[in-house]
Design a protein around this ligand. Sequence first.
Ligand SMILES: [Fe+2]
Length: 254
Amino acid sequence: MVLGACQPVPTVESQSVTGTPIATSVATQTPATSSVPVAYPDRELSASPAQLPKLPYAYNALEKAIDAETMKLHHDKHHAAYVNNLNNALKKYSDLQNRSVEAILRDLESVPEDIRTTVRNNGGGHLNHTIFWQIMSPNGGGQPTGEIAEEINKTFGNFEGFQKQFNAAGSDRFGSGWVWLVRNPQGQLQITSTPNQDSPIMEGLYPIMGNDVWEHAYYLRYQNRRADYLNNWWNVVNWSEINRRAQASLKQPA
Ligand SMILES: [Fe+2]
């Protein structure tokens, strides 16, 4: 489904916290996130030129969950490829070059058909990974703190219940994709997952935190044991940044 930032939003179907699909009617609302930067606290993500952001820590800094070689390949090769492919796709379309990755992904219908799938996959890949590096930290893990902790308890019962449901959604994502904690246009927290490199913003949802369940994210250390990766990943989750994102996601469009 492809939505423009200012268009009415049809029904969004997503995974409920209990695993049963739920339909959330948002037909008369503009996504609450339409003017809030998603990639960074203060700015959206440049599409042209798209640039590979530096990792905010060393390759081996997340060894509690992810080995250094995986981090190096993931960042230097996979993320770099999304950036390069996006730049190449936008080369002949100067009118798209001034728009952010977020703006383009929210309005994919406006992207010429010959590059639409490439932009969806690689723009999404660039945005998803840019968020991913920031919501992990060598000092991460432990219990959530601040307001997100309260919201998680309120929405999912307790942190353990939230982890269980998040991990289940990550395990259930068939093939490659992402599992997310998002805020929906009604301001509620929700667990969902997306295939491939699709971003929640394509459905008017603000990605607060997400885990990459592509095999390239875990296969060297965990092989086929995605569930072990999902369990260990909580040891590097950056609650301070996730708190910041959760608060940013509450901001309504001007
Ligand atoms: Fe990835």
